[in-house]
Design a protein around this ligand. Structure first.
Ligand code: ATP
Ligand code: MG
Ligand code: FE
Length: 345
Protein backbone atom coordinates (compact mmCIF):
# COMPACT_ATOMS: atom_id res chain seq x y z
CA UNK A 1 0.00 0.00 0.00
CA UNK A 2 1.36 3.43 -0.98
CA UNK A 3 0.25 6.24 1.33
CA UNK A 4 0.54 9.98 0.70
CA UNK A 5 1.23 11.79 3.99
CA UNK A 6 0.31 15.44 4.55
CA UNK A 7 1.48 17.36 7.64
CA UNK A 8 0.26 20.96 8.15
CA UNK A 9 -0.34 21.26 11.92
CA UNK A 10 1.98 24.21 12.54
CA UNK A 11 4.67 25.98 10.53
CA UNK A 12 6.02 23.15 8.38
CA UNK A 13 4.39 21.75 5.27
CA UNK A 14 5.59 18.14 5.19
CA UNK A 15 4.65 15.74 2.39
CA UNK A 16 5.81 12.14 1.91
CA UNK A 17 5.08 8.85 0.20
CA UNK A 18 5.34 5.69 2.29
CA UNK A 19 5.09 2.18 0.86
CA UNK A 20 4.08 -0.55 3.35
CA UNK A 21 6.42 -2.96 1.54
CA UNK A 22 9.35 -0.81 0.41
CA UNK A 23 9.35 1.75 3.22
CA UNK A 24 9.73 5.49 2.70
CA UNK A 25 9.73 6.40 -1.01
CA UNK A 26 10.20 10.16 -0.80
CA UNK A 27 9.63 13.17 1.41
CA UNK A 28 9.70 16.93 1.03
CA UNK A 29 9.39 19.77 3.48
CA UNK A 30 8.82 23.48 3.37
CA UNK A 31 9.58 25.29 6.61
CA UNK A 32 7.96 28.69 7.20
CA UNK A 33 10.59 29.69 9.77
CA UNK A 34 11.80 32.70 7.74
CA UNK A 35 8.24 33.95 7.41
CA UNK A 36 7.57 33.96 11.18
CA UNK A 37 11.05 35.02 12.33
CA UNK A 38 10.23 38.74 12.65
CA UNK A 39 7.30 37.91 14.95
CA UNK A 40 9.34 35.69 17.29
CA UNK A 41 6.84 32.84 16.88
CA UNK A 42 4.27 31.30 14.57
CA UNK A 43 1.49 33.59 13.28
CA UNK A 44 -1.46 31.20 12.74
CA UNK A 45 -3.15 33.08 9.89
CA UNK A 46 0.10 33.42 7.92
CA UNK A 47 0.82 29.73 8.52
CA UNK A 48 -2.54 28.61 7.07
CA UNK A 49 -2.21 30.80 4.00
CA UNK A 50 1.25 29.50 3.27
CA UNK A 51 0.28 25.82 3.65
CA UNK A 52 -2.37 26.37 0.94
CA UNK A 53 0.34 27.45 -1.48
CA UNK A 54 2.82 24.68 -0.64
CA UNK A 55 0.86 21.43 -0.43
CA UNK A 56 0.16 20.72 -4.11
CA UNK A 57 3.65 21.65 -5.43
CA UNK A 58 5.22 19.48 -2.70
CA UNK A 59 2.95 16.57 -3.67
CA UNK A 60 4.23 16.86 -7.25
CA UNK A 61 7.76 16.94 -5.86
CA UNK A 62 7.40 13.70 -3.85
CA UNK A 63 5.77 11.97 -6.84
CA UNK A 64 8.73 13.02 -9.04
CA UNK A 65 11.25 11.98 -6.39
CA UNK A 66 9.66 8.55 -6.03
CA UNK A 67 9.14 8.18 -9.78
CA UNK A 68 5.51 7.15 -9.42
CA UNK A 69 2.24 8.55 -10.75
CA UNK A 70 -0.69 9.73 -8.64
CA UNK A 71 -2.73 6.73 -9.84
CA UNK A 72 -0.40 4.51 -7.80
CA UNK A 73 -1.32 6.18 -4.50
CA UNK A 74 -3.61 3.89 -2.47
CA UNK A 75 -4.61 6.21 0.38
CA UNK A 76 -4.10 9.66 1.90
CA UNK A 77 -3.07 10.33 5.52
CA UNK A 78 -3.23 13.90 6.86
CA UNK A 79 -2.69 15.41 10.30
CA UNK A 80 -6.06 15.76 12.00
CA UNK A 81 -4.73 17.32 15.24
CA UNK A 82 -3.55 18.57 17.62
CA UNK A 83 -2.29 21.87 16.18
CA UNK A 84 -3.40 25.24 14.84
CA UNK A 85 -6.98 24.83 13.63
CA UNK A 86 -6.58 26.86 10.41
CA UNK A 87 -3.36 25.08 9.49
CA UNK A 88 -4.91 21.68 10.21
CA UNK A 89 -7.93 22.60 8.07
CA UNK A 90 -5.68 23.13 5.03
CA UNK A 91 -4.12 19.66 5.19
CA UNK A 92 -7.41 18.00 6.02
CA UNK A 93 -9.34 19.68 3.18
CA UNK A 94 -6.69 19.07 0.54
CA UNK A 95 -6.06 15.51 1.72
CA UNK A 96 -9.71 14.60 1.78
CA UNK A 97 -10.45 16.35 -1.52
CA UNK A 98 -7.68 14.40 -3.25
CA UNK A 99 -8.82 11.10 -1.72
CA UNK A 100 -12.38 11.82 -2.84
CA UNK A 101 -11.30 12.78 -6.37
CA UNK A 102 -9.06 9.72 -6.68
CA UNK A 103 -11.63 7.36 -5.13
CA UNK A 104 -9.30 6.17 -2.36
CA UNK A 105 -9.60 6.16 1.46
CA UNK A 106 -8.21 8.84 3.75
CA UNK A 107 -7.29 8.77 7.40
CA UNK A 108 -6.77 11.59 9.93
CA UNK A 109 -3.61 11.06 11.97
CA UNK A 110 -2.79 12.27 15.49
CA UNK A 111 0.28 14.50 15.16
CA UNK A 112 1.89 13.17 18.36
CA UNK A 113 1.32 9.56 17.30
CA UNK A 114 3.19 10.56 14.15
CA UNK A 115 6.11 11.90 16.21
CA UNK A 116 6.02 8.83 18.47
CA UNK A 117 6.22 6.38 15.56
CA UNK A 118 8.86 8.34 13.58
CA UNK A 119 11.76 6.23 14.98
CA UNK A 120 10.14 3.27 13.15
CA UNK A 121 11.21 4.87 9.86
CA UNK A 122 14.82 4.03 10.80
CA UNK A 123 16.50 0.70 10.08
CA UNK A 124 17.09 -0.32 13.70
CA UNK A 125 13.93 -2.11 14.75
CA UNK A 126 11.74 -0.78 17.54
CA UNK A 127 9.51 -3.39 19.17
CA UNK A 128 6.54 -2.82 21.43
CA UNK A 129 6.26 -2.28 24.34
CA UNK A 130 8.37 0.72 25.30
CA UNK A 131 8.45 4.00 27.18
CA UNK A 132 8.30 7.11 24.97
CA UNK A 133 9.45 10.61 25.83
CA UNK A 134 7.64 13.06 23.57
CA UNK A 135 9.48 16.37 23.64
CA UNK A 136 8.39 18.98 21.13
CA UNK A 137 7.31 22.59 20.82
CA UNK A 138 3.91 21.91 22.37
CA UNK A 139 4.34 18.69 24.36
CA UNK A 140 6.48 17.11 27.05
CA UNK A 141 5.03 13.71 27.90
CA UNK A 142 6.15 10.32 29.13
CA UNK A 143 3.97 7.62 27.64
CA UNK A 144 3.86 3.87 28.18
CA UNK A 145 3.30 2.37 24.75
CA UNK A 146 1.83 -1.13 24.44
CA UNK A 147 1.25 -0.93 20.69
CA UNK A 148 -0.10 1.48 18.09
CA UNK A 149 -2.95 3.38 19.73
CA UNK A 150 -2.26 1.80 23.14
CA UNK A 151 -0.95 4.75 25.10
CA UNK A 152 -0.89 5.33 28.84
CA UNK A 153 0.18 8.79 29.95
CA UNK A 154 2.75 8.46 32.74
CA UNK A 155 3.49 12.15 33.18
CA UNK A 156 3.52 15.48 31.38
CA UNK A 157 4.44 19.12 31.76
CA UNK A 158 2.18 21.07 34.07
CA UNK A 159 3.12 24.29 32.26
CA UNK A 160 5.50 24.96 29.31
CA UNK A 161 6.71 22.24 26.97
CA UNK A 162 10.48 21.67 26.84
CA UNK A 163 10.70 22.99 23.25
CA UNK A 164 8.68 26.05 24.19
CA UNK A 165 11.12 26.73 27.06
CA UNK A 166 14.04 26.47 24.61
CA UNK A 167 12.28 28.95 22.31
CA UNK A 168 11.51 31.44 25.09
CA UNK A 169 15.00 31.29 26.62
CA UNK A 170 16.46 31.74 23.13
CA UNK A 171 14.45 34.95 22.77
CA UNK A 172 15.85 36.19 26.12
CA UNK A 173 19.36 35.60 24.79
CA UNK A 174 18.60 37.40 21.54
CA UNK A 175 18.56 34.22 19.45
CA UNK A 176 16.20 33.58 16.55
CA UNK A 177 13.20 31.26 16.51
CA UNK A 178 13.22 28.23 16.69
CA UNK A 179 15.39 28.47 19.76
CA UNK A 180 16.32 24.82 20.34
CA UNK A 181 19.04 24.45 17.71
CA UNK A 182 20.31 28.02 18.38
CA UNK A 183 20.66 27.38 22.14
CA UNK A 184 22.38 24.04 21.49
CA UNK A 185 24.92 25.76 19.21
CA UNK A 186 25.60 28.61 21.66
CA UNK A 187 25.83 26.18 24.61
CA UNK A 188 28.79 24.46 22.96
CA UNK A 189 30.84 27.61 23.62
CA UNK A 190 29.60 27.78 27.23
CA UNK A 191 31.74 27.10 30.24
CA UNK A 192 30.69 24.10 32.30
CA UNK A 193 29.80 24.75 35.93
CA UNK A 194 29.72 28.56 35.84
CA UNK A 195 25.98 28.53 36.58
CA UNK A 196 23.84 25.78 38.01
CA UNK A 197 20.16 25.98 37.13
CA UNK A 198 17.48 24.05 39.07
CA UNK A 199 16.15 20.64 37.95
CA UNK A 200 12.42 21.30 38.44
CA UNK A 201 10.24 18.66 40.14
CA UNK A 202 13.03 16.09 40.42
CA UNK A 203 13.19 16.26 44.22
CA UNK A 204 9.80 14.61 44.63
CA UNK A 205 8.30 11.41 43.26
CA UNK A 206 6.26 11.43 40.05
CA UNK A 207 6.76 11.81 36.34
CA UNK A 208 5.37 15.29 35.67
CA UNK A 209 7.51 18.16 34.44
CA UNK A 210 7.54 21.92 34.88
CA UNK A 211 9.68 24.26 32.80
CA UNK A 212 8.24 27.69 33.45
CA UNK A 213 10.26 28.21 36.66
CA UNK A 214 13.44 27.43 34.77
CA UNK A 215 12.51 30.15 32.31
CA UNK A 216 12.12 32.67 35.15
CA UNK A 217 15.41 31.50 36.68
CA UNK A 218 17.10 32.17 33.33
CA UNK A 219 15.53 35.62 33.09
CA UNK A 220 16.78 36.48 36.59
CA UNK A 221 20.27 35.19 35.77
CA UNK A 222 20.36 37.36 32.64
CA UNK A 223 19.31 40.42 34.68
CA UNK A 224 21.86 39.68 37.43
CA UNK A 225 24.68 39.22 34.93
CA UNK A 226 23.90 42.54 33.25
CA UNK A 227 23.67 44.32 36.59
CA UNK A 228 26.99 42.92 37.83
CA UNK A 229 28.75 43.91 34.63
CA UNK A 230 26.96 47.27 34.50
CA UNK A 231 25.90 46.68 30.88
CA UNK A 232 22.64 46.60 28.94
CA UNK A 233 23.74 43.87 26.51
CA UNK A 234 25.16 40.55 27.73
CA UNK A 235 28.71 39.63 26.73
CA UNK A 236 28.99 36.72 24.29
CA UNK A 237 30.57 34.43 26.91
CA UNK A 238 27.81 35.18 29.44
CA UNK A 239 25.15 34.29 26.87
CA UNK A 240 26.95 31.03 26.06
CA UNK A 241 27.37 30.14 29.75
CA UNK A 242 23.67 30.79 30.40
CA UNK A 243 22.64 28.76 27.33
CA UNK A 244 24.81 25.90 28.55
CA UNK A 245 23.40 25.96 32.09
CA UNK A 246 19.84 26.05 30.76
CA UNK A 247 20.39 23.18 28.34
CA UNK A 248 22.12 21.13 31.05
CA UNK A 249 19.18 21.65 33.43
CA UNK A 250 16.60 20.58 30.82
CA UNK A 251 18.66 17.56 29.79
CA UNK A 252 19.30 16.49 33.41
CA UNK A 253 15.61 16.87 34.29
CA UNK A 254 14.42 14.86 31.28
CA UNK A 255 17.03 12.17 31.97
CA UNK A 256 16.05 11.78 35.64
CA UNK A 257 12.37 11.39 34.69
CA UNK A 258 13.11 8.93 31.89
CA UNK A 259 15.13 6.75 34.25
CA UNK A 260 12.28 6.86 36.74
CA UNK A 261 9.77 5.88 34.01
CA UNK A 262 11.92 2.90 32.94
CA UNK A 263 12.30 1.75 36.54
CA UNK A 264 8.62 2.25 37.32
CA UNK A 265 7.37 0.32 34.28
CA UNK A 266 10.16 -2.25 34.07
CA UNK A 267 10.56 -1.43 30.36
CA UNK A 268 13.94 -1.85 28.70
CA UNK A 269 13.36 0.37 25.68
CA UNK A 270 13.16 4.16 25.61
CA UNK A 271 12.00 6.00 22.51
CA UNK A 272 12.46 9.76 22.22
CA UNK A 273 10.56 11.78 19.64
CA UNK A 274 9.64 15.36 18.75
CA UNK A 275 11.86 18.35 17.93
CA UNK A 276 13.83 18.38 21.19
CA UNK A 277 14.81 14.73 20.65
CA UNK A 278 17.20 16.03 17.97
CA UNK A 279 19.26 17.63 20.77
CA UNK A 280 22.71 16.02 20.89
CA UNK A 281 23.32 16.62 24.61
CA UNK A 282 19.98 15.02 25.44
CA UNK A 283 20.77 11.98 23.29
CA UNK A 284 24.21 11.60 24.92
CA UNK A 285 22.84 11.87 28.46
CA UNK A 286 20.06 9.38 27.74
CA UNK A 287 22.48 6.93 26.05
CA UNK A 288 24.60 6.95 29.23
CA UNK A 289 21.52 6.51 31.42
CA UNK A 290 19.98 3.59 29.46
CA UNK A 291 23.32 1.80 29.43
CA UNK A 292 23.34 1.80 33.23
CA UNK A 293 19.73 0.61 33.27
CA UNK A 294 20.43 -2.23 30.80
CA UNK A 295 18.00 -0.63 28.37
CA UNK A 296 18.24 0.74 24.81
CA UNK A 297 17.50 4.16 23.33
CA UNK A 298 15.91 4.73 19.92
CA UNK A 299 15.22 7.94 17.99
CA UNK A 300 14.59 9.19 14.49
CA UNK A 301 17.10 10.93 12.21
CA UNK A 302 17.15 14.70 12.99
CA UNK A 303 14.86 15.77 10.13
CA UNK A 304 12.19 13.32 11.33
CA UNK A 305 12.36 14.60 14.93
CA UNK A 306 10.76 17.91 13.98
CA UNK A 307 7.55 18.06 11.94
CA UNK A 308 7.56 16.10 8.69
CA UNK A 309 5.25 14.28 6.28
CA UNK A 310 7.00 10.91 6.58
CA UNK A 311 5.79 10.29 10.14
CA UNK A 312 2.21 11.07 9.12
CA UNK A 313 2.39 8.78 6.08
CA UNK A 314 3.85 6.00 8.28
CA UNK A 315 1.35 6.34 11.14
CA UNK A 316 -1.56 6.65 8.67
CA UNK A 317 -0.38 3.56 6.81
CA UNK A 318 -0.43 1.47 10.01
CA UNK A 319 -4.00 2.56 10.75
CA UNK A 320 -5.16 2.00 7.16
CA UNK A 321 -3.61 -1.49 7.13
CA UNK A 322 -5.65 -2.20 10.26
CA UNK A 323 -8.79 -1.26 8.33
CA UNK A 324 -9.35 2.24 9.71
CA UNK A 325 -10.37 5.17 7.52
CA UNK A 326 -12.35 8.43 7.71
CA UNK A 327 -15.94 9.24 6.97
CA UNK A 328 -16.71 12.03 4.45
CA UNK A 329 -16.61 14.91 6.95
CA UNK A 330 -13.59 17.17 7.56
CA UNK A 331 -13.08 17.62 11.31
CA UNK A 332 -9.76 18.97 12.54
CA UNK A 333 -9.21 18.37 16.27
CA UNK A 334 -7.01 21.17 17.72
CA UNK A 335 -6.94 19.53 21.19
CA UNK A 336 -6.82 15.75 21.26
CA UNK A 337 -5.48 13.60 24.15
CA UNK A 338 -3.54 10.61 22.76
CA UNK A 339 -5.18 8.22 25.18
CA UNK A 340 -8.43 8.67 23.24
CA UNK A 341 -6.98 7.00 20.15
CA UNK A 342 -8.30 3.67 18.95
CA UNK A 343 -5.89 0.77 19.54
CA UNK A 344 -4.52 -0.92 16.43
CA UNK A 345 -2.06 -3.55 17.60
P1 ATP B 1 4.02 19.71 18.75
O1 ATP B 1 4.65 18.58 18.01
O2 ATP B 1 4.02 19.52 20.22
O3 ATP B 1 2.71 20.10 18.21
P2 ATP B 1 5.82 21.35 17.22
O4 ATP B 1 5.31 20.53 16.10
O5 ATP B 1 5.91 22.81 17.07
O6 ATP B 1 4.98 21.00 18.53
P3 ATP B 1 8.30 20.01 16.76
O7 ATP B 1 8.29 20.42 15.35
O8 ATP B 1 8.25 18.58 17.07
O9 ATP B 1 7.24 20.81 17.63
O10 ATP B 1 9.62 20.57 17.41
C1 ATP B 1 9.95 21.93 17.40
C2 ATP B 1 10.57 22.26 18.72
O11 ATP B 1 11.79 21.52 18.87
C3 ATP B 1 10.94 23.72 18.86
O12 ATP B 1 10.52 24.16 20.14
C4 ATP B 1 12.46 23.72 18.75
O13 ATP B 1 13.08 24.75 19.46
C5 ATP B 1 12.80 22.36 19.32
N1 ATP B 1 14.10 21.85 18.82
C6 ATP B 1 14.44 21.55 17.56
N2 ATP B 1 15.72 21.15 17.48
C7 ATP B 1 16.20 21.19 18.75
C8 ATP B 1 17.48 20.93 19.35
N3 ATP B 1 18.52 20.53 18.63
N4 ATP B 1 17.60 21.10 20.69
C9 ATP B 1 16.55 21.51 21.43
N5 ATP B 1 15.34 21.78 20.92
C10 ATP B 1 15.16 21.63 19.61
MG1 MG C 1 7.70 23.62 13.60
FE1 FE D 1 5.33 18.50 16.03
Amino acid sequence: MIVLGIETSCDETGIALYDSQKGLLSDALFSQIDMHIDYGGVVPELASRDHIQRVLPLINEVLDQAGISKEQIDAVAYTRGPGLVGALMVGACIGKALAWAWGIPSVGVHHMEGHLLAPMLEETPVDFPFVALLVSGGHTQLVQVGGIGRYRLLGESVDDAAGEAFDKVAAMLGLDYPGGPAIARLAEQGQEGRFRFPRPMTDRPGLDFSFSGLKTFTLNTVAKCKQEAGVTELAEQDRADIARAFEEAVVATLTIKCRRALQQTGMKQLIIAGGVSANKSLRAALEAMVEKEGAVLRYARPQFCTDNGAMIAYAGCQRLLAGQSDGPEVVPVPRWPMEQLEPVS
